[in-house]
Design a binder for this molecule. Structure first.
Ligand SMILES: *Cc1c(COP(=O)(O)O)cnc(C)c1O
Length: 424
């Protein structure tokens, strides 16, 4: 086993045959807290944030962590303490941000289906901006704000029709997508918004997709956004901030996404060239801040060699780690304590009664029942998508910093799961 750091995972490394996250041996955490167990590195989260901060240094920017990537309270708290704002997509996420110490005026509210009660709550607490996704939503937000006697700060999410060249389920900036306002309707929509007394137009935003591994789609989106800002301002509607969304990818399986600092230096050069480099800029990164900061630890329950396939059955499943089943996603799987035995090819699967319940296909691993494994790149869109399918309780979570480990979520019990239910 390679004793050096794992590529793309600078806070994860073997020391001897033991896998460490920062200065904590992961097998010790698995033994103490049981499995499946999510473990996050605070250092890795802050390092990812700092790459963006360096890219933006000297500029008027707000980095808004996209909460849906990982909405655990302590994860939100780490970013709140580091000065981040938050991109949220539901009333539940507003409450999580506030409970974790986030500032309301640094919250931006995205999503195509905001309800009236979510709008009222967001206005009550004084969020920074509504990223409005349709004309119908604009009218409803105007009504809600007017009834409360306030003006809702709005940005309109535009669909720049840029192909992010990623998985179709996470492409959001194409014409066929449910997100945003089509390019050609942007101007009339801004004119309508500017005419409504319950609204205050402050910005423009886009978000073209997720797990983007090339810089070209961003360069294209920046140009199209500036074209739009110029057109909107030409009709007398000032745009205070431009929000470019999130979407930057991570290394799951050898991908080489641009580094955040380098990407933003390049995009800022483009903005400078067009005279927009000093405008207030916002971004909404999610995955790239937390994805490679987290691992999911799991125990090998059974080995089931077969004529066609060998199955390695582990105690984490699609309810804990939904990305393989949902997007055919790849997550690297490595042992917590490496063995010198010859690896065998296994399909690593969970206990859930679905053929879609796999974690990794055709993985070369030297394992025995009782061994502990780490599923890598599990910080984003894993715990936040976890469910109780098969009446499985959601995993517990630990956050490490240096040699310290903090339990940040207890394992969900059967009583927790049944609490809201009633027998006839
Ligand atoms: C999901 C989402 C993000 C974050 O995307 P990542 O790919 O995780 O960076 C940002 N903005 C909006 C509107 C989103 O829906």
């Amino acid at each position: 086993m390679n004793l050096s750091n794992l590529p793309g995972h600078p806070h994860l490394a073997y020391r001897g045959n033991e896998l460490f996250l920062e200065d904590v041996a992961l097998s010790a955490l698995a033994k103490q807290h049981g499995t499946p167990l999510y473990v996050y590195s605070k250092g890795a989260m802050l390092a990812a944030l700092q790459s963006y901060q360096r890219g933006f240094s000297g500029r008027n920017t707000q980095i808004c962590y996209a909460v849906k990537a990982n909405s655990s309270l302590s994860v939100i708290q780490v970013f709140a303490q580091a000065g981040c704002g938050f991109d949220i997509v539901s009333g539940g996420e507003i409450e999580r941000v506030l409970a974790a110490g986030g500032q309301a005026d640094r919250i931006i509210f995205s999503g195509v289906g905001k309800t009236r009660s979510e709008m009222r709550r967001a206005l009550d607490v004084g969020i920074g901006c509504f990223n409005v996704e349709s004309e119908a939503e604009l009218e409803v937000l105007n009504e809600v704000a007017s009834a409360m006697g306030v003006r809702a700060p709005v940005s309109i999410r535009v669909n720049p029709n840029v192909d992010p060249k990623t998985h179709p389920y996470i492409s959001t900036g194409l014409k066929s997508s449910k997100f945003g306002i089509p390019h050609e309707q942007v101007l009339p929509t801004y004119q309508r918004a500017a005419a409504l007394n319950g609204l205050r137009v402050i910005g423009i935003d886009c978000h073209i997709g997720s797990q983007i591994t090339q810089e070209a789609p961003y360069l294209e989106a920046v140009e199209r956004m500036i074209d739009l800002v110029q057109a909107i301002e030409a009709v007398g509607i000032p745009i205070q901030h431009i929000d470019f969304g999130g979407g930057l990818g991570i290394n799951y399986n050898g991908e080489t996404p641009p580094d955040a600092e380098q990407l933003w230096k390049k995009l800022l050069a483009g903005l400078d060239a067009r005279g927009f480099g000093q405008r207030r800029l916002m971004i909404e990164p999610g995955r790239s801040l937390v994805g490679n900061a987290g691992v999911c630890l799991s125990e090998v329950l059974y080995l089931k060699p077969g004529a066609q396939k060998n199955f390695c059955i582990i105690d984490a499943a699609m309810n804990d780690l939904p990305r393989p089943a949902m997007y055919q996603a790849y997550h690297q799987i490595v042992p917590l304590q490496s063995r010198s035995a010859t690896p065998v090819t296994w399909d690593v699967v969970g206990p859930v009664c679905e053929s879609g319940d796999w974690i990794g296909h055709d993985r070369a691993l030297a394992v025995q029942a009782g061994d502990l494994l780490a599923v890598l790149s599990a910080g984003a869109f894993c715990m936040s998508m976890a469910s109780n399918y098969n009446a499985r309780g959601r995993a517990s979570e630990v956050l490490v910093t240096g040699a310290q480990a903090h339990l940040i979520r207890q394992r969900e019990t059967i009583a927790d799961q049944m609490r809201q239910e009633k027998l006839l």
